[in-house]
Design a protein around this ligand. Structure first.
Ligand SMILES: C[S@@+](CC[C@H](N)C(=O)[O-])C[C@H]1O[C@@H](n2cnc3c(N)ncnc32)[C@H](O)[C@@H]1O
Length: 218
């Protein structure tokens, strides 16, 4: 696996991307097609900006990119980004209203400052996801998509179950570019406001291996 991880690090250097994270969103989008030409995308926890790079490359001139982070993004992008330096807790539906009244896609790659105490870090990650999801419910357009990074814990399943009734499909993806030893995984919800597809009978612990991809589907 280390070979794959080195591959993404080298790829980012070779292709001039800000960080290997770029390839996580790339894989998520190649598999879900949620971000496309014209999409209005909100990127929560956007610093240093590699997801924004990917978003701007894919939404074209008619798309809208809004983003926020506790820290400022140093990179100057080719496309236009409505960026706010702020805590996700301060967001209101008006924050980005001038750029977009609603979004087709809300992504959160937020990660808490890790304490090294597993339970604490898991709880903090979950809290950030809950805040991001609550905000997504306020600003997502019908059929919109929500993506969030979450640290694996027994609380992930109940959280995902809370999201599930609001979306057509809800699944979990661990992209190849995500280190195996990392606790992170990504919840992908698609089809906001649509009837949820029937829950699939699949054991919770089982990652579905499809062409080498790591996916949980519920
Ligand atoms: C893993 S980084 C995101 C990487 C980014 N997606 C990229 O590809 O460049 C996680 C980010 O979450 C941000 N973050 C953590 N807690 C936050 C909060 N309460 N409000 C806003 N941003 C937060 C951190 O400042 C950090 O920049």
């Amino acid at each position: 696996m280390r070979e794959i991880q080195d591959k993404y690090f080298r790829l980012a250097k070779r292709e001039g991307k800000l960080a290997r994270s770029y390839y996580k969103l790339q894989e998520i989008n190649q598999r879900t097609k949620i971000i496309k030409e014209g999409s209005r995308v909100l990127d929560i926890g956007a610093c240093p900006g590699s997801w924004l790079e990917y978003i701007l490359e894919n939404i074209g001139d008619k798309g809208v990119a809004c983003a926020l982070d506790l820290n400022v993004i140093a990179k100057k992008f080719k496309g236009v980004v409505d960026f706010r330096k702020m805590d996700v807790r301060e967001l209101t539906p008006e924050t980005f209203a001038e750029s977009a009244k609603e979004f087709d896609v809300v992504v959160s790659d937020m990660a808490p400052k890790t304490s090294g105490i597993r339970l604490t870090d898991q709880a903090r990650s979950l809290e950030l996801c809950e805040i991001a999801a609550e905000y997504a419910f306020k600003v997502l357009a019908p059929k919109g998509a929500f993506v969030c990074k979450i640290f694996e814990s027994p609380e992930v399943k109940p959280f995902r179950e809370k999201l599930r009734p609001s979306f057509k499909t809800t699944r979990t993806i661990k992209p190849d570019a995500s280190r195996d030893e990392s606790m992170e995984t990504y919840i992908i919800c698609m089809g906001y406001g649509e009837e949820p597809e029937e829950k699939r009978a699949r054991p919770d612990h089982e990652y579905r291996k499809t062409k080498g991809k790591r996916t949980r589907q519920y």
